[in-house]
Design a protein around this ligand. Sequence first.
Ligand code: S3P
Length: 428
Amino acid sequence: MDERFEPSGALAGTVIVPGDKSISHRAAIIGSLARGTTNIRGFSEAADCASTLEVLRALGVKIVASDGVLEVAGMGVGGFKAPAGPLHCGNSGTTMRLMAGALATSPIAAVLTGDESLNRRPMRRVIEPLVTMGAKCQASDEAGHPPLTVRGGSLQAVTYAPPVASAQVKSAVLLAGLGARGTTTVTESVPTRDHTERMLRLAGIEVAGEGSAVSVTPGVPEAFDLRVPGDFSSAAFFIAAALMVPGSALTVSGVGLNPTRTHFLGMLERMGARLKVTPGDGGSEPTGDVRVEHGPLTAIDVSPREVALSIDEITLLALVACAAEGRTTIKGAGELRYKESDRIRGTVQGLQAMGARVEEITGGMAIEGPVRLRGTRVGSRGDHRIAMMFAVAALAAEGVTVVQGWEWTQISYPGFAQALRRLKEENR
Ligand code: S3P
């Protein structure tokens, strides 16, 4: 499906973004492993999170939505029932990797499969630690691609250092650790998002350490009540839009501000962006408001560590760099090639088509700015974040932009086009 975008006048107003996708996945999964009924408010309506619910239901978990609350009846650690057929994770890497860890605690066999894109993504990174812990876990080929067969059961704790910075891998190992003998530890060279650790603590599980080494003591989580904050990665599109469109000033309200998610703001500040963060009431996850105003920006160098700290916002950073004075470099971003699409290629080729001076460099991108973008036809490449990044680019471009494959935005943000248009209309 094509979606057409026209250049925008200044953006203003307040945006409330939908519930965080990463936190929603975890709330449903940890709730399913708990004792009692977990109540989740603000659960994401993203297609990815619907995939997690579908997989859990196929494992016998009772999930009902009533009055804006999602109720998940926990089955305890090791309590999943054998599914009748393959578990469909759709486009969602988080569903597949976290569920591989959760499934490893149950003495059943299950097959995790996905759509064409997910079945091309690397799973060896979760297979390796789970096999070390004693699960039987196998990919469909030598290269480690799904479908993935997991046969769980008797697990032994490990100390594991993932070769790639990945919160999905860390989470899979920690979830498996709930059912293992002994204390499971994950050590990371760059601290990835820590939602799993925070939520396990909320559910009464002993989780020691933070940052470079986290350990989980086995046990059954207690059911919990959670309000899911707005998704920072969705908010990032509006923040970038305000920085791209002259005269803009907007606020994103009630958004998750977990420091392991917000490094995008740190990089923008270094570029000279005018940002104001106002912390709100913090529960287990910090939240607050982000105010952003358009203004002059300068190029920066982004290190591999910074890429790991803002992995889902790097394509947006490349876009914002088109409006910044000088040459921005992004290095150590090779992981972006293994997301829903090759995000380096998709970003570079699409932005080039829009007239940007951007090129691929080893493991990353270099962008020369400032450049006035031109509207044209650009492809989502079946990737929600690429589609939404081009919609933001379109607002600051000359002429009309058509984003092909817009339907992929359902994966993380159904209603994104409408939310963008509302901001424009409010300001008319
Ligand atoms: C996620 C972790 C990241 C991120 C993905 C969501 C999570 O993936 O790209 O969108 O919820 O844990 P990696 O852990 O593979 O980097």
